[in-house]
Design a binder for this molecule. Structure first.
Ligand SMILES: [Fe+2]
Ligand SMILES: [Fe+2]
Length: 416
């Protein structure tokens, strides 16, 4: 068994690097060669050679350069997606050409900007491989396979991240990036102006949103709106309004909890994103497999067990695993993926410190407590062993107060 920040993965992973520059291919391969118990590395100098190798043996991950003669990285990824849908697909390239990136993302799970630090590359691959441990068994993998192609990583989010990485990020430029996508803008303004967001005044434009909410919140929204709209469509018995309301309140509460514990702003922002996306697997299951999802909900009611326990019975996996799988493929930071993966089962984490996972676990339960709507099945409760390991039980009364505040009076100061 191998260990990583996200847990363990049981078998050696086979990685294929594709680059027409043989020197670069060797450099990438060398990053992993020292850990040959974890990885088996092959390299190919062209897309054709890569496909020939893939026909001979299965690969877990393919990492390719974008610009190559004859077959480009984009063409290769499209073929890999079609012929080997279970193989994770990563493109490495310079970030300047936004149009090419946007096209490449359609068939790619992750885009890693060049020049890449070798350590970053190793971490990205480790994160992708550790997803297998999140899947627990082949059942979840097969389940995710039923969804059809998973949505690609949002190009707009990448552009926002790129602008934020600038030494002087421009609010106007970030607003312009968001405004490029009218559907995204409309949905984002709809969410921002919903009651659950808690704003005291109407936000009417992307610029207004960035100025008022701050770049961190807008970045989270761009990501969340993309995920939420990738799985849309009406599903009987599933309320998208309730889903989004719960997501928004959990995001705000998770961030407020991090702040109350004196955590760093960057960590608090991770908790906000994790809170927003923690139940995205529900949306994926409800829209992709509506009949079986209704079956799981009915089973939870009949047995009077929480939904995630019923999902395990019906699907062999839970919405937490499904959602984390998608976010992990996209290469979101490990603390976010971990918080989503274990928000109902936090003792499965091997990092027993207060962080995004703890704050999302607590926020999810507290938001459920606040709900006045009739619940046909029991809601998920606190994991007492986990809270006592963290030594935070005496904080619960204060945290409950925060949850009440978020649920009642709109608090603008909780947003930025
Ligand atoms: Fe959940
Ligand atoms: Fe939840």
């Amino acid at each position: 068994m191998q260990t990583s920040a996200l847990g363990t993965w049981p078998t050696r992973k086979r990685i294929l690097f594709v680059d027409d520059d043989p020197v670069l291919g060797r450099v990438y391969a060398s990053v992993l060669q020292s850990e040959s118990h974890r990885w088996e590395v092959r390299s190919a100098a062209s897309g054709r050679q890569a496909l020939d190798l893939m026909a001979q043996m299965p690969f877990d991950v393919v990492v390719t350069d974008l610009r190559m003669p004859q077959m480009s990285g984009i063409e290769l990824m499209a073929k890999v997606r079609e012929q080997y849908p279970r193989t994770s697909r990563i493109i490495l390239s310079g970030v300047r050409d936004q149009e090419q990136i946007a096209r490449a993302l359609g068939d790619t799970h992750q885009f890693i900007p060049k020049p890449v630090k070798l350590e970053t590359l190793r971490e990205s691959l480790a994160r992708i491989c550790s997803l297998d441990s999140l899947l627990m068994d082949e059942k979840l993998r097969a389940l995710v396979g039923h969804f059809g192609p998973l949505p690609s990583f949002p190009a707009l989010y990448l552009e926002v991240m790129h602008e934020l990485a600038d030494s002087e990020p421009s609010i106007v430029r970030i607003a312009e990036i968001v405004a490029q996508d009218p559907a995204m803008t409309a949905k984002m303004l709809h969410i921002v102006n919903s009651a659950a967001f808690g704003l005291a005044r109407q936000i009417s434009s992307p610029l207004d949103a960035v100025q008022h909410l701050g770049t961190g919140t807008v970045r989270s929204l761009v990501l969340s709106v993309h995920v939420f709209s990738s799985f849309n469509g009406k599903v009987e018995g599933f309320s998208i309004d309730q889903f989004e309301g719960h997501a928004l309140r959990c995001a705000r509460l998770a961030r407020a909890l991090m702040e109350s514990q004196g955590e760093e702003p960057a960590q608090a922002e991770d908790a906000y994103i994790a809170g927003m996306l923690h139940d995205v697997g529900k949306l994926m299951l409800a829209t992709s497999l509506p009949d079986r999802y209704r079956e799981a909900a009915a089973y939870a009611v009949a047995q009077q067990i929480p939904l995630h326990a019923a999902e395990t019975e019906v699907f062999g996996a839970t919405h937490a695993g499904v959602g984390a799988y998608l976010l992990g493929l996209w290469g979101l930071p490990a603390p976010i993926v971990e918080a989503v993966a274990f928000h109902h089962t936090p003792t499965r984490s091997d990092m027993p410190a207060f962080g995004p996972l703890a704050s999302v676990h607590v926020a999810n339960v507290l938001d459920g407590e606040q709900s006045t709507a009739h619940q046909p099945m029991p809601l998920s409760g606190f994991n007492d062993d986990y809270l006592s390991t963290l030594k935070v039980q005496d904080q619960l009364a204060i945290w409950r107060g925060l949850a009440q505040k978020i649920n009642s009076v709109p608090e603008r100061n909780l947003l930025s």
